[in-house]
Design a protein around this ligand. Structure first.
Ligand code: NAD
Ligand code: TYD
Length: 361
């Protein structure tokens, strides 16, 4: 079996659903269920014996030891993290605790277990740490995309905490021989993404007739990857990645934020008209909702991933283009407006109020 941490979040839940579409190997899912964790994402697995959910914190060493020694996983995949840059600016503490201290405790528990395995099991074991391209910092428009050899230059408390965790994971390979793998992936989008991140926030706001807040001039560039492509890359790295190595994962889809938002507006107009969806808001005049707001402090101008290594060494390439992925995503949010309504609790509304009130120009 495998142990997944953070499996009730956006990418973790997509990964588990994807895993069971390919394999019957059981998954233990350890998740704290922060505001970003949602068991509704895994509702189809309620009576599925292959999936066991445990609510808990990756900082809880006793719980980690108990779970690992009881279940003897052949691999641990660490998704658990605080993941939103804006939240890390308003409150970095949780990022330090989960992303750095949590990863450290998980490494300690994993190493204590792994060093007592027999040689065959030790050789078979993998610790896969899921990280981000944001550890490399910001690119100028003319600079080449990030390779695995780029210097770490994180800008935000979020990316600095992820960078720290990557260094710790590497240290457990170099110092103790723990068979680790690290992946640094670009911005994901797709089903079950919490509507604080750009794409689901814009879809939810547009459908509610609320403004679409663009930070700064909207020309910042991200490299977008449809989440199922991230999942297939992770499966491939787990299966065939060389221990101690880092693999960059990206979609070859560099787009400025404003273009993303315009595409969402156009797709919403097309798909709501086609399907006769009832929306509370703008009824097709979605671009009128675009509002430029104060920029994010330390805002990285551009991320771009050079994904040649994973293609060359492991034969992985994304299956979706941005055009196919964004269409599926907008359609998913239209078809799952109850899911969106259920996560827009009091705490969510407080976050929106706190973040965007400080950004009004
Ligand atoms: P998310 O915020 O949607 O989910 C994070 C999950 O981790 C939640 O279910 C949460 O409850 C859980 N969690 C948080 N703190 C925990 C703790 N202390 N113990 C146990 N569980 C805890 O994040 P996501 O977008 O799914 O990202 C997953 C991972 O992928 C993160 O490590 C993130 O850094 C990385 N990543 C994300 C992106 C992206 O675009 N979203 C891109 C590259 C890498
Ligand atoms: P986000 O989804 O937060 O991902 P990240 O900051 O990790 O790349 O943001 C993606 C881009 O969209 C980023 O350049 C910030 C911008 N953005 C906005 O312009 N408005 C918003 O309301 C949000 C959430 C993000």
């Amino acid at each position: 079996m495998i142990l997944v941490t953070g499996g009730a979040g956006f990418i973790g839940s997509n990964f588990i659903l994807d895993w069971f579409s390919q394999s019957d190997e059981p998954v233990i899912n350890l998740d704290k269920l922060t505001y970003a964790g949602n068991l509704q994402n895994l509702a189809t697995l309620v009576n599925d014996e292959r999936h066991s959910f445990v609510q808990g914190d990756i900082k809880d060493s006793a719980l980690l030891m108990q779970l690992i020694t009881e279940h003897c996983p052949r691999a641990i995949i660490n998704f658990a993290a605080e993941s939103h840059v804006d939240r890390s600016i308003l409150g970095p503490e949780a990022f330090i605790q989960t992303n750095i201290v949590g990863t450290f405790r998980l490494l300690e528990a994993t190493y204590a277990y792994w060093k007592n395995l027999d040689e065959t099991e030790q050789n078979r074991f993998r610790f896969l740490h899921v990280s981000t391209d944001e550890v490399y910092g910001s690119l100028e428009p003319q600079e080449p995309a990030f390779t695995e050899l780029n210097r770490y230059q994180p800008s935000s408390p979020y990316s600095a905490s992820k960078a720290s965790s990557d260094h710790l994971v590497n240290a457990y390979y170099r110092t103790f021989g723990l068979p680790i793998l690290i992946t640094n992936c670009s911005n994901n989008y797709g089903p079950y993404q919490f509507p604080e991140k750009l794409i689901p926030l814009m879809i939810a706001n547009a459908l509610a007739g609320k403004s679409l807040p663009i930070y700064g001039d909207g020309r910042q560039i991200r490299d977008w990857l449809y989440v199922s492509d991230h999942c297939s890359a992770l499966r491939r790295v787990l299966e065939a990645g060389k221990t101690g190595e880092t693999y960059n994962i990206g979609g070859w889809n560099e787009k400025p934020n404003i273009e993303i938002v315009q595409t969402i507006c156009a797709l919403l107009a097309e798909l709501t008209e086609m399907k006769g969806h009832m929306t509370q808001g703008a009824h097709g005049n979605y671009p009128d909702l675009i509002t430029y707001v104060k920029d994010r402090p330390g805002h990285d101008v551009r991320y771009a991933i050079d994904a040649h290594k994973i293609e060359r060494e492991l034969g992985w390439k994304p299956a979706e283009t941005f055009e196919t992925g964004i269409r599926k995503t907008v359609q998913w949010y239209l078809d799952n407006q109850d899911w969106v309504a259920n996560v827009q609790t009091g705490a969510y509304r407080e976050w929106i109020e706190q973040n965007y009130n400080t950004m009004r120009t």
